[in-house]
Design a protein around this ligand. Structure first.
Ligand SMILES: Cc1cc2nc3c(=O)[nH]c(=O)nc-3n(C[C@H](O)[C@H](O)[C@H](O)COP(=O)(O)OP(=O)(O)OC[C@H]3O[C@@H](n4cnc5c(N)ncnc54)[C@H](O)[C@@H]3O)c2cc1C
Length: 324
């Protein structure tokens, strides 16, 4: 049996952020992930300046693709707004592997199946044991399923459905474009260029509302990519894949004993933009601090609104989850 101070299930942004803080604080940490990194993670890879700050990334020395947008193009019901603001894009396949390696934690490729609590320790698959456990395994996190599901049941209306593809493409427009509610989608579609000829495009919305509408997500994808073909991305060939996650609902119990849940495992993506990287990073860091400093673990400063919770945030939240 391998023993350590903290077991972290999942090496995405939540897990690697927790791991880095814990290693910096002198803890012996083991990260278990079912994938070998670098691994594919379906995600548009848009990150905010806040994420860059929280992760203390020195952009100049970041060794992979990193693109900065000076404005966002928002398309909504025929209107085209150019919103000045600084945002960034990365490729998750590169970013996550870099973050995990930078954490300095030991990483073992292992699919977590069974977790039990015995004698003050968490035992995973009879092979790993620690007095602290962090669940950072995304939507299907086994820590959530084992310990937190009853305390924090997920609300169906807060579940997203997405389709996306990241491809090598010699884009001409270097800005990020977002189309809200196009063709009746209860969500938005995106065009997110990456540095050096990569592009991520996708469509996403609230699953239950897409299901009850007259178009499924694949039809939205076809309509969206046909439009791109006529405008921003002529000739691009797609092979999209889907993934689902939850936007922020009530997380009444983020800690039980010495077990914590973070990131998508806790359903922390923002309700106005479905942004999950920032909340994953911040919650991972807060879980680590709670362990190191014997503090309460709260999600109070893990935002549930990318746009700050003002009128625009509230309108988008309402439009996504209740009605367009
Ligand atoms: C199509 C799409 C586009 C998105 N675009 C954006 C965006 O542009 N910006 C943004 O901020 N957010 C975006 N999100 C949301 C964002 O990707 C997630 O919120 C974020 O990845 C959550 O990080 P995490 O560390 O909690 O989980 P993850 O990144 O999902 O990491 C979880 C890790 O746990 C591992 N794991 C799972 N089960 C097990 C197991 N049983 N045993 C061991 N390991 C396990 C997985 O292999 C994975 O590496 C998008 C999501 C989707 C689906």
């Amino acid at each position: 049996m391998e023993e350590c101070d903290v077991l972290i299930v999942g090496g995405g942004p939540a897990g690697s952020s927790a791991a880095r803080r814990l290693v910096q604080g002198g803890a012996n940490v083991l990260v278990l992930d079912k994938e070998r990194f670098p691994r594919l993670k379906l995600c548009a890879g848009w990150i905010t300046p806040e994420v860059v700050r929280d992760l203390e990334i020195d952009v100049e020395s970041y060794p992979h693709r990193f693109l900065t947008f000076e404005k966002l193009h928002i398309h909504i019901k025929g209107l085209h707004l150019r919103v000045p603001c600084v945002q960034h894009s990365i490729r998750r396949i590169e970013f996550d592997a870099w973050l995990l390696e930078r954490s300095g934690a030991r990483v073992v490729q292992h699919t977590v199946r069974n977790i039990r609590y015995e004698g003050g320790t968490y035992i995973i698959d009879e092979a790993f044991r620690a007095p602290y456990l962090i669940g950072a395994g995304g939507t299907r996190c086994p820590v959530y399923r084992t310990f937190f599901r009853e305390a924090n049941p997920r609300e169906e209306r807060l579940q997203t459905v997405t389709l996306e593809h990241e491809l090598e493409y010699d884009w001409k427009d270097p800005d990020c474009h977002l189309w809200f509610f196009g063709n009746g989608l209860p969500g938005y579609s995106w065009y997110v260029p990456k540095e050096d000829g990569w592009l991520n495009v996708g469509v996403g919305g609230m699953a239950s509302r897409v299901k009850s509408s007259n178009r499924d997500i694949r039809e939205h994808w076809s309509l969206f990519t046909s439009m791109l073909n006529r405008k921003l991305a002529a000739g691009a060939q797609y092979d999209p894949a889907g993934y689902s996650y939850f936007v922020r609902g009530k997380v009444d119990v983020p800690r039980i004993g010495n077990a914590f849940i973070t990131g998508d495992a806790a359903g922390l993506a923002t309700r106005d933009m479905c942004e999950g990287i920032g909340p994953a990073v911040r919650s991972g860091q807060r879980a680590a601090e709670a362990i190191l400093r014997q503090q309460t673990y709260t999600l109070d400063d893990v935002t549930g609104a990318s746009l700050g919770g003002g009128l625009a945030s509230r309108m988008l939240d309402w439009a996504f989850t209740r009605g367009a």
